[in-house]
Design a protein around this ligand. Structure first.
Ligand code: SF4
Length: 201
């Protein structure tokens, strides 16, 4: 049988730095391939899937187990471009929890303990994926992103936790507006990329 594999840009055991699961140890799987095209993307090297080695599900699971992690964060790139069911099934068999970070631009496959949707204007998320989100994390680059944030929040479930996160390169400029928005729209929380402050990936 042909082994199922994914283009893996990088994988490492670290601490989740942002969003709801901040502070939790997790093994990150960054899959290559993304056609969303965010101008401020800080992982542009991930865009071309062909640049990254295909790694089998078995090998991925082995690496996760070897690290001692009990949670995996699947990110990208845009991981939802792939059928992720074989990956989550194999991880769940080993009692590893599966979290995903996706733009929501593709139908979501796999089974997940935590779904973080980070919608991007450059390729809008699918309403059915927004509905499944446990967490909506909107990156705020300029003030027009608040309207974008509210529009997407309108598609989420009432239980979905809403985060505004400053785009790191403009944090000093945009932070006062984010604070104001969170104070006057109290369903929103602020997420910071804490890993960048403590020097971990
Ligand atoms: Fe980069 Fe993520 Fe946007 Fe893709 S969705 S371009 S990986 S920030």
């Amino acid at each position: 049988m042909h082994a199922i594999s994914y283009p893996l840009m990088e994988d490492f055991y670290t601490i989740q730095g942002e969003g709801f699961n901040t502070g939790k140890a997790a093994y990150f799987l960054r899959l290559g391939g993304c056609d969303v095209g965010c101008v401020w993307c800080d992982v542009k090297d991930s865009w071309e899937a062909e640049k990254h080695p295909l790694v089998t599900v078995e090998e991925i699971v082995e690496r996760v187990l070897k690290s001692g992690a009990d949670k995996v964060v699947v990110t990208g790139g845009e991981p939802a471009m792939y059928d992720l069911l074989p990956l989550t099934e194999a991880l769940h068999q080993k009692k590893i929890e599966c979290f995903i970070e996706t733009s929501g631009a593709y139908p979501l496959t796999g089974t997940w303990e935590w779904i973080c949707v980070s919608p991007k204007k450059f390729k809008a998320p699918l309403p059915e994926v927004l509905k499944m989100a446990d967490e909506l994390k909107v990156i705020v680059y300029n003030k027009s992103d608040f309207d974008w944030a509210e529009k997407n929040a309108g598609f989420t479930s009432p239980e979905c936790i809403l985060f505004l996160q400053p785009e790191y390169s403009v944090i000093n400029v945009i932070m006062p507006s984010i604070i104001n928005h969170a104070k006057s729209n109290t369903r929103w929380r602020i997420s910071l990329q804490t890993h960048k402050y403590i020097g971990i990936p």
